[in-house]
Design a protein. Structure first.
Length: 193
């Protein structure tokens, strides 16, 4: 099981209603159904990934999360997940606002573009970093936004979004010391009254 998925499973209460925005192949939703007895659905833009979801028995809709979540009523879901999709969308502020509208809580997972390995590659090599967590080169990356743990915390603070829990993750475990420098991924459990 992927490390980020393990921590997301810990954040979600059993028997919850979960929406995953940019659900990919449905692996996380499958785990939530199996281990937490969650009622799940996903939204995915890539048709190949949708077929994988269907093979897994995951309920999925073909859609672009940038176009909004108008089909869903306020607080319809216990949790909305944006794991490794925030950096790939055109209007993250709008998508987060919509996720907070339709979900009681939102879990955001981001790659930390400011970890030490990336910083050292920029400093010593003078070019855009390619790491295990960021395996793309500048010309084939799906990432449109490059953010750090500190960036996301400031984003939430400026919009009165409550960070209920933050986890900084290295290659295989939680990072407690200097997370913005050492973590490759971060997970945030957020809400808004």
């Amino acid at each position: 099981m992927r490390t980020d998925h393990k921590y997301i499973l810990q954040m979600i209460e059993p028997n919850s209603h979960v929406l995953d925005l940019g659900c990919g192949d449905g692996e996380l939703l499958t785990l939530l159904m199996k281990y937490k007895n969650c009622r799940t659905t996903g939204i995915e833009i890539d048709e190949k990934e949708i077929y994988k979801c269907v093979e897994r028995g995951v309920s999925v809709s073909h859609g672009d999360i940038d176009s909004g979540l108008a089909d869903y009523s306020d607080k319809r879901f216990d949790y909305v997940i944006l794991n490794e999709s925030l950096q790939e969308i055109l209007d993250p502020e709008k998508v987060i606002a919509e996720a907070l509208r339709v979900g009681k809580k939102v879990i955001v997972g981001i790659p930390n573009f400011c970890n030490i390995v990336a910083r050292l590659q920029i400093f010593f090599l003078g070019k855009v970093p390619v790491t295990e967590g960021l395996p793309y080169t500048w010309y084939n990356t799906p990432n449109l936004r490059f953010l750090s743990i500190k960036d996301f915390r400031e984003f939430c603070s400026g919009r009165q979004i409550t960070i209920e829990r933050q986890l900084a993750i290295g290659t295989s475990k939680e990072i407690f010391l200097w997370p913005n420098l050492l973590a490759t991924v971060a997970l945030f459990l957020i809400s808004k009254s």
